[in-house]
Each structure stands twice: as structure tokens, then as C-alpha cells.
Design a protein around this ligand. Sequence first.
Ligand code: AMP
Ligand code: FES
Ligand code: ZN
Ligand code: ZN
Length: 321
Amino acid sequence: MPARCRVCGKSAVVRIPYARMWLCSDHLTAYLGKRVGETIDRYHLLSGGDRVLVMVSGGKDSASMAGILSALASKRGFEAALLHIDLGVGEFSALSRAAAEELSKRINLPLLVVPLREAIGADLPRLIKSVRRRSPCATCGVVKRYVANVAALRLGFDAVAVGHTLVDLASFALKGYITRSEEPLEAATPKNPGLSGLFVDRIKPLAEVGEVETRAYVKYAEIPWTDAVCEYKPVRTIDVEIRDFVSKLERDYPSLLVSMMRGVYARAPKTQREGVGKCSVCGAPTNTDVCAFCRITSRALGESGAPALHEFLEEKREVLA
Ligand code: AMP
Ligand code: FES
Ligand code: ZN
Ligand code: ZN
């Protein structure tokens, strides 16, 4: 006999591992809205009147986050808009950008696209070629975080939301313990608080949502997304091994993973924002004389990409006004 929805008794489409219950497509959407709402309250992610810039990669997790936040926005009195960074990585980026554009139409939220080539004069492959000391993904991470933060600050947003799920955060935490480094542990929290005028809050509304749920949500809520994979994605590294292990835990012991992460959040090192200096080139907060974004872009372009980015954002100001 087919499984029945725990709430209404109609035929079910998904089993929520954490709650051990089957739900129909309507009640899956209601469940995720409630779960994300509880995460927002538990970790103080957003308040009424806030403006949140939702980072959409084109993938299923950030597309789910955007769909869920768009439904919660009017109920909770916050404002949401989408940001996609077109990295210029061949077909992967073309498909990702198209998915973000479709998503914006589907969920009726404005979208700002920042194509790196147009905004700073170089795409990601060019930046990667001129930076040998970092892995491609590390260079990409610096650029994405910088662009998101500057866009949020310049365009009047209080927070940037990223689509990291429970499995992502648990993988960061485990990596932090295994490699005994603080950076992944800091990333493994639902919120990295900002600092007035320098950083906006970085929040993870899917911190307690699993990938079984996001996969089902994009399917049944008809949310556009792409499963295109970036050509720089590493095939076998410690990160991949850790993720495989955490995914297995999620599948076999879902409630254990949530309670483990609540313990991690309570003990995680606090994001240290006070006392940071300013980049001598662009003025962004940094612990070194010149920030990583200015160093990376100067190496590729002969000058920092920051002024061009600021100008690009100024020209696009009305897109998210
Ligand atoms: P990743 O680091 O690729 O796992 O992505 C983590 C999160 O960063 C995603 O869930 C998105 O919220 C955001 N993100 C990644 N790539 C992009 C992009 N090209 N444009 C905007 N946001 C992105
Ligand atoms: Fe960042 Fe591919 S998406 S390196
Ligand atoms: Zn139902
Ligand atoms: Zn700088």
C-alpha cells in the first residue's frame, strides 16, 4: 500500500528522515516553511523589516532556500531579493545563470546577475590561471564572498543568505575537528554576524534542512534548477570523503546529526570581527595589508577589480531598489 501523508492522509511523496514521517507535496511545502521559520527564530537569522540578499547558484539547495524564503517573506515582514554571480565557467555557468533567471520569474523575486567578466574585467578561469597558491575553489570562494558582501552593503541589505544545508554544515564541522582548524568550524554555524558598515550577517536558513527535503521540494514545487557540475569540483579530497560519511549519517541517523550540530553551534568559535584592519586598496575589512580579493584580481588584471565592481553595482542599483 502506498504511504499516506501524516497530515492529510493523501498519497505521500516523500519521507522526512529527521521527523520520520511521510508527507504529500502540499504538506512538504508547509513543513519546510515551518522548519526554516523555526531555524530563523532559534538562531535569530532575520527580523521583520530586514532586507536579505539570497545567493542563488542555480543548484537545488539555494533554489529551495529562495522558494521557501519568498513564501515566508510577506508573512514575517522581511524583504528578499536574489543575487547570482556568473563566474564565466563555460556551459556550467551558462546553465546556472539560466536556472537563476528562471527561478526569479517562478518565485517572483527580483534578481541581480553579476557577470564577473563584465563587472571586474576577468572571469573565474582567468583569475584561477593567475593564482597558483590557492585551489580553484578557494579562489572562487574568496571572490563570491567578497562580491556578495559588497553588493549587500552597497545596495542596502542587512544579510546575505547562502544555501548550505545540514549536511554541508556538519561536513564543515567535521573538517574543522579533523584538521584542527577554526575556519571550517566558524563556517559550520547558522549565522556569522556582521559588523556595522563592513560585513553584513551571513545566514544559512537551511541549517536544519536535509538534502532529501530540498530534492523533493524542487521537484514538487516545480522550482527551476540545474544539476550542472563545475569543472573545478574536486573528485577525491578529504572534503569529499567527509561529505560522503556525513551523508551516510544523515541517511541512517538523521536526528543524531541535528542534535550533534546543535552541540557544535553552542561551542563553535565566535566569528572574530572586531579589531580587523582595512584593505589599503579597497577599504574592505581584512587582517592583511591588501585583502585577498584585491590580491587575486590585481594578479590577473594588473589592478584591483574592486573599483570596477563598485561602479558596476552602482549602475545596477535600481534592479533591486
Ligand atoms: P557552494 O560553495 O558552491 O557549495 O555554494 C554554497 C552557496 O553559495 C550556495 O548554496 C549559494 O547560496 C551560494 N552560491 C554558490 N555559487 C553561487 C553563484 N555563482 N552565485 C550566487 N550564489 C552562489
Ligand atoms: Fe567555485 Fe567551481 S563553482 S570553483
Ligand atoms: Zn498532506
Ligand atoms: Zn581590497
